[in-house]
Every structure is written in structure tokens, then in C-alpha cells.
Design a protein around this ligand. Sequence first.
Ligand code: ADP
Ligand code: SF4
Ligand code: MG
Length: 672
Amino acid sequence: MTIEGTDEVLRYAENIPITPDEAVEAAVEFTALPRRRGVVRRLLRRPGPTIALAYLVVLGLAAVFAPLVAPYDPNELDIPNRFATPSWSHPFGTDDLGRDLLSRIIFGARVSLVVSLSVIAIAMSIALAVGLFSGYTGGRVDGVLMRVADGGLSFPPLVLALAVAGILGPGVRNVIVALSIVFVFGLTRLVRGTALAIREEPFIEASLAAGSRTRRILAHRVLPNVRSPLLIAATFGIAAVLLAEAGLAYLGLGPRPPTASWGSMLRQAYDRALYSEPWQLLVPGIAIAVTIFAFNVFGDGLRDVLGVGRSKKARRSERRGLTTVDRAILPDGAGAAVPRGAGPDGALLAIEGLCVEFVGDRGISRVVEQVSLAIRPGETVGLVGESGSGKTVTSLSVMRLVPSPPGRIVAGSIRFDGRDLLDLSFKDMRAMRGTEISMIFQDPMTSLDPAFTIGSQLLEAQRLHGKVSRAQARARALELLDLVGIPAPEARLRQYPHQLSGGLRQRVMIAIALANEPKLLIADEPTTALDVTVQAQILDLLRRLQRELGMAILFVTHDLGVIADLCDRVAVMYAGQIIEEASVDDLFAHPLHPYTEGLLGAMPQVGRLEERLAVIRGQVPLPHEMPAGCRFAARCDYALDGCRESAVALIPRDGSLVRCARVEELSLRGAE
Ligand SMILES: Nc1ncnc2c1ncn2[C@@H]1O[C@H](COP(=O)(O)OP(=O)(O)O)[C@@H](O)[C@H]1O
Ligand code: SF4
Ligand SMILES: [Mg+2]
């Protein structure tokens, strides 16, 4: 149960009845509902929403089976026993006509829930049809429909409901009609707004280009993306309707007597017992408050679990460019299992149990799962694995540069020089980036700003982080260009990125990264975009710089060959997990994991020119389709049934770490 939930209930209580706009506003910022079985499981791991759901289920069942569960006929009079206080025979007491209050609450729940659910079902159906059509078609039709909706929204909701119910007269059916009219405008605006935003998305353009019909695009592309806001709006909306219905019944526009509804019970207690038996007001009052609270807590939980609701903190970090860290998202058991230690002794960088998720149309996908990796000062560690295995996300997590949303770090710690980077504020993290830790990327063209000269970008890198005079920065810029082996540095300072070759641009990127003498350089596929000779030169350069400057390097690549002559240690990543970690010599001579063996086999080697290169069959499983057991099983030549049964742990063996259940039995082939 969150503070936000409490706020919402209080807000609802203050603005009786809540404006439909408010009910939907709470949901406007949410994105698509993930199609994921885990949603229910995650929801049930949270005590607040689980208790709320349990209460709502019990209430729903009691309402459906009211004649069976209510101890008395709700309309049975027992005048001699009027205003009886709670007792075993009448747990909630009796009213002014001696009717059993518990039975009336149970039967009253029928009316209240039928009204709430019907109103939301009717208003939602209309809102979906009109909102989708209006938002997707746009133009004049949209303009007219939205002016009508604005007109409806400009009436105070209670006044509108009263006016409609007043014209139609009392009775459950008329209340449903009145409240459906009140709620339809806000919901239509919500659906329309979301549809409008989605219309601009590239995947809609792609569907149009593929010749899909409008009806199909609406049903298969737009609708799935408005499901989530609608589901959450519906949960909050039911609570709002419940309150509005009680308000109307209280004002005499509810079901006709003697039919019980919670609002009409409140009215009767107010009229007949306010001064003599004021506790009578509590019975329907508490039922209304608790039920509304339950719907809101449940809605809140749904929003959190779907991962589509964003806290104020998350919104702030999104504006500022800092990956959100939310360790509370993981269920308790799993969170506890994830280490948050200091890492090995003497480590400069110690990633421990890092888990990173993305929230998207296809649900929540965990793309980095319990990754632990340490780098000592001056050490070069390789991170290798097929494309999509999570290397970039791991490296960006160290910089807290995974975009949030959709990304978020849900567990683990990243200690750098004794501080946990995951606890740092945006300001502290910004001070760290480019000074203590630098990063270079695959494509220097997209990392360098095409509008500025090389010189101004080199100067800016230094002046961002310290008081350096222009002359000092310029002198250092020349020194740096010289350091990274760029000939005629003077002339280069005045050039723009597009005037340089790919290799030179990557050297400039390295120079910028080194400007403030970082302790750690993260190089994410720095040579992938370059041709082979330039690639070799850049690797030579990195090796030389590492020797001269003594910085630590995390070298990310999909190419084991590059690792061989640059790194001290190597970690192999597969499908979001580290599956083997060893010294480079050990890994090449005696791989322990079948995937590493496959990678080595796929690597061109001098002594094996005559052989065809091996290929690892199949593909990396998609993040939302991860198998329960060994993630490599579907592609592994050594897989047995046992491998698929349960998750395989990373275990130490001969000074290395490996994640293979058959490591004891297998004898794998290394590189020659
Ligand atoms: N911004 C993003 N939104 C959603 N998914 C992402 C995003 N960035 C990366 N991913 C997913 O994370 C997984 C790991 O990606 P990445 O770390 O880039 O792999 P690698 O660098 O090993 O090639 C992939 O499945 C990719 O689709
Ligand atoms: S656990 Fe089994 S399937 Fe997985 S890598 Fe080892 S042998 Fe292959
Ligand atoms: Mg990558």
C-alpha cells in the first residue's frame, strides 16, 4: 500500500463525487499493458494489493451469493428489536425497523457493485469506440467529437449526474444511465489522447505501409497500447462510481425502498438515527470507505506491477538522464538472494548481482540477470557475447545511462572506488562521468556532435569538469591528439567530425574519453564499425594507453579474437547472464562452458585455415521467452533433460566461474 493510494482516496473523499477526469488522469501517463503471465504473480507478492484483492473477491462473492450468505432477509422487519447494538445474532446491529444491518450491507453491495461495474463497462465501451475512432482519424470529426466531450466535462460531475438522474427519476437503472453519461467524457478523452499519440509511432507507419486496413490497425496495433491505461483507469473509475452512486442514493436518487444500497442506508441512518444512534452511520460509511480504498490500493498495485506507473522520482530521473534504480520492484525472496556486497578485495569496479529490466509493449523483460563482475585498478577485462546478450546494457548501467523509461535497475550494486553508483544522485553521477569513468561507443559519428569542431569538443570535455583555462585546455587537447596518434593535431582541432575518417574519429573519441584521466574506461565495441587494419591500430592504441596511463578497461565486444591480445580476464555473457569468467589464457586453452567452446570454434584461427568455421546453431532466446533451466540448452550439443529443469548457478571451478550443470563431465575443446 503506498502513500499515493492513500492520497487518492482522500482526494476522492474531498471531491464527492470525483471527477471522471481525475479518475482517468491518474492513468493517462501509462503505456501498454504487458502481455505477461508474471503480472498476476508479481501482484500477489505485494501485501497491499493482495489484501485489497482478497477483500474485493470476498465482497464480490458475498454480493453474488447474497441470498445464501446473508443471515436474514434484508427487508424483514423486527420492530421490537430496533436499533439493536452489535451482537452474535446481529453482528452489525439492526436499523430503525429492526432489519439486520449485515444482511442489508451484503444485499446493498449487490446494488453498489452492479452500478459501478455497469457504469464502467458502458462508459468504457462507448469511450473505446468513439475515442479510438476520433484519435485515429483526427481531422474535423475529431474536432467536433472533442468539443462535445469538453462540453460534457465542463459540467461539475455531481450537478450533471443530479440533472440526468433528476430527469430520469430514481431507480438503479436510471442511476446507471446518469453515471455512464458523467464518466464517458473523461474516458473518451483518455482513449483518444492515447490513440492520437500512438498514431505517430513508427510501427503504425509500418503497418500503413504494409497496406493494413484501418480496422485492423485499430484492433491489433492501437488497442493493445491503450489497454493498460484503460485497465488502470477502470480500477480507479469503479471506486469513483461507487462513491458517486452513494452520493446520488444519499440524495434520494438511489434504488427505491426497501431495496438496500450503501448510499440509501447512509441516508436512512442520517435521517432517523443521527442524534440517537450515530453509530448506525458508521456501518454503511465504513463499507463505502473500505471498498473504495481497496479498489484504489489494487489499482495502485496494478500500476506498479505493470511497471507503467512512474513515481515522481522516476520522472525526475527521466528528465535528467539517470537510470532509475528501484530495488523494491523485485519480489522479496529474489531481492534478498541478490548480493549487494563490496565485491572482491581491491576491486576498482565491482558489479554485484545486477538486474536490469525493460518495460515495453511485450511486457517486462529482464535483459541483465544477476551479473557480477569485478575489475581491479589497471586491469583489462573483456565482456564478450553474441549481439543482444546484454553487454551494452551492463556497461550503460555502470554509467547509469540506460534510458529510463523503458529501462530500470531492479537489483544489485555497482561499487566504484568504494561508493555504490546506484545510490548516487544525478549531480554526483554527472561529476563521475567523463572524469572517473569514461565510455567510448561503437559509432563515433553518432557520439561526436557534427555541429562542432574536434577542438571545441575536446576543450568542452575538459572544461565541463574543472577549472581549466582555455590555453591550458588547448595545450592538453593537442597533447591528447598526439597521445592517440593523430598526425598534425593543430589542423585537426579546426576540423569537423565529417572531415575525419572512421578510424580518426574513434581516436578523437578516445582522446575525449581520456581528457580527464579516468580510472576506468568502458569501451563498448569500439572497433566494430571499423575496417580490419584500422581495428588493429585502435587495439594497439588502447593497449599502449593502458600501459602508459595504467587505467582499467572494460572492453566489450562480440569478437573473442579481439579479447585474446588485449585482456587479462574475460567474462562471457549469454542471454543476460555471465556464463563463464576466467583468465584469458584459461578460457582459450580450457573453456568450461559449451557456449564458450562454440565461440572459440567460430573464431578464425591461424592453424585451422583448412577447416570450415563452426557455427553455433539457433539463436539467443528473446528476453520474454527465457527458458526456466539452462538458457543455452536449446543450442547446446551436450544438453540433457536435466539441464532444462531448473536455473543453473554460476559456480567456481579451477579458478574460473562457470554456469553449466555438466561442467564436471564435459571436456571441451579450446583454441589451438
Ligand atoms: N532501449 C531499450 N529498450 C528495450 N529493450 C532494449 C533497449 N536496449 C536494449 N534492449 C534489449 O536488451 C537486450 C540486450 O541488449 P544489449 O545490451 O544492447 O546487447 P549487446 O550489447 O550484448 O548486443 C536486447 O534484447 C535488447 O533488445
Ligand atoms: S547446463 Fe546443459 S545445456 Fe546448459 S550448457 Fe551445460 S550442458 Fe549445455
Ligand atoms: Mg552492444
